[in-house]
Design a protein around this ligand. Structure first.
Ligand SMILES: Nc1nc2c(ncn2[C@@H]2O[C@H](COP(=O)(O)OP(=O)(O)OP(=O)(O)O)[C@@H](O)[C@H]2O)c(=O)[nH]1
Ligand SMILES: [Mg+2]
Length: 446
């Protein structure tokens, strides 16, 4: 006999006072345990019907009244019988209701993401959609919400399927030729072209990694440059409030300051840094070391250069950013005359003092970060997806060269590896350990 899975119980709403709090049950005993809490509900309630119910404790005393919803398997989020009790949002009351539900012998507390994990295991959603649930909950910018919503609607799932299906049939054809050379004769014709096409598709999806990262984590942008260039003044302008101290004394900013803004829906963390110069004081030198560290970690460095900067000097500053992409800004453009001397071909002129050019700078920063166009939904969002897809593309690239120089066996082996890596994205090929890692980052009740 196959033992039936435990019935899970958890609070689906945050443990804080609110208008409504939800207790969720999922599993074979969900209805029975739910009716223990809400005895007025019929033994076979209409699925998806909102019943007004009284919730009681063990002695039958009424604790609250609210809504009782029943979703019959398999037509529920988890694919199991699900009951939701919507009570008033008192954290203490909800804990009492949860404890009462846990008194049912078949019910146990749900772990993080366990409802979603069951939805995945029961084939209700693939792994990319399960992850999109967590992404949506964690989203802290409009772009992140939209990307997660697209993921939930299956944007990545369908892109991956579009790659997985032809890859699977190619693998089947190759294995057929290898194992049953007579019956499957000719099935490997055009294999090279098929591999090349699939590799290009994998590469196209991989190209979205950068955007996915930006959407998910938000962009990090640092202002840097010589002391007294007007970085803090510009920083305050971009943030829209007086966050940083400004003074005519060079070396005013010593620590790295951070402020978070949202531009066109994209989360952006702006960093104001200590100005760089030769022979600084001791504390300031520490600040300068910090600036160099920061420059290595940001998505974009904005080099702020005052009007008196000579081109040779500007070039030295550009080198300071290392491999990080740099946007050059000619500051204090309200002080006329000197700006023209700067090699301004790619520099934006601004005045933090008057606000002139700041809007253009913002647009330029966004387009550098996003590469043109307004931030929009992206299919690929997580490092995990990117990593699995990178391995898929690598295997396909090896398969492509094997088509030219090696045996069909080698080609088929690489195609098989590609298929395996791709399967990690959708979950058709996911280990228990991978699932643990993914669902650990969910909250309880999801
Ligand atoms: N005319 C003019 N003066 C500016 C402008 N921006 C900054 N200043 C002045 O330049 C001086 C330095 O400005 P800050 O914003 O503190 O410069 P900073 O680059 O942060 O300087 P450090 O933190 O010392 O590296 C202050 O006296 C500002 O008032 C500007 O756009 N136009
Ligand atoms: Mg400053």
């Amino acid at each position: 006999m196959i033992s039936s899975p435990a019935t899970l119980a958890a609070l689906a709403t945050a443990p804080a006072a609110g208008a409504v709090g939800i207790l969720r049950l999922s599993g074979p005993a969900a209805l029975e345990a739910g009716r223990m809490l809400a005895p007025g509900i019929p033994a076979s309630p209409t699925p998806r019907h909102a019943y007004l119910a009284s919730f009681v404790d063990a002695s039958g005393a009424v604790l609250d009244s609210g809504l009782f919803l029943y979703f019959r398997a398999p037509h529920s989020f988890t694919g199991e019988d699900v009951v939701e009790l919507q009570a008033h949002g008192s954290p203490r009351l909800l804990r009492m209701l949860l404890s009462r539900a846990l008194e049912h012998p078949a019910v146990r507390p749900a772990g993080p993401g366990e409802f979603t994990r069951r939805a995945f295991l029961n084939g209700r959603i693939d792994l990319t959609r399960a992850e999109a649930v967590a992404d949506l909950v964690a989203a802290d910018s409009e772009a992140a919400v939209r990307a997660a919503a697209a993921g939930l609607a299956g944007a990545l799932a369908s892109r991956v399927r579009g790659l997985e299906e032809p890859l699977r049939s190619l693998h089947a054809d190759l294995e057929g030729v290898l194992n049953f050379p007579e019956e499957a004769e000719g099935a490997d014709e055009g294999a090279g072209a098929r591999v090349a096409e699939l590799r290009a598709a994998a590469d196209a999806l991989l190209a979205e990694v950068g955007r996915g990262r930006l959407v998910r984590r938000g962009a990090r942008v640092a202002l840097y440059g010589p002391v007294n260039a007007g970085k803090s003044t510009l920083f305050n302008r971009l943030v829209g409030e007086e966050r940083a101290l400004v003074d005519e004394e060079p070396g005013t900013t010593r620590d790295v300051l951070e402020a978070r803004v949202e531009w066109e829906g994209l989360g952006v963390t702006l960093l104001d840094t200590a100005g760089l110069r030769e022979a600084p004081g001791r504390i300031e030198a520490l600040g300068i070391a910090r600036t160099r560290e920061v420059l290595a970690t940001v998505d974009l460095a904005v080099l702020v250069l005052p009007p008196e900067t000579r081109e040779a000097e500007a070039q030295r500053w550009l080198v300071e950013a290392g491999t990080t992409s740099v946007l050059r800004v000619a500051s204090k453009c309200d002080v006329r005359g000197v700006v023209e001397k700067l090699g301004t071909d790619e520099a934006v002129s601004v005045s933090g003092l008057t606000g002139e050019g700041v809007e253009r700078l913002r647009t330029e920063m966004l387009s550098r970060l996003w590469g043109g166009g307004a931030p929009s939904a992206v299919a690929l969002v997580s490092e995990r997806h990117a990593d699995a897809l990178r391995r898929t593309a690598e295997a396909l690239s090896r398969a492509e060269s094997a088509c030219r120089v090696s045996t069909l066996e080698v080609v088929s082996g690489e195609v098989g590896l590609a298929l395996e890596s791709l399967g990690e994205v959708s979950g058709t090929c996911a280990s228990e350990a991978l699932l643990d890692a993914i669902f650990q980052r969910f909250c309880i009740g999801k």
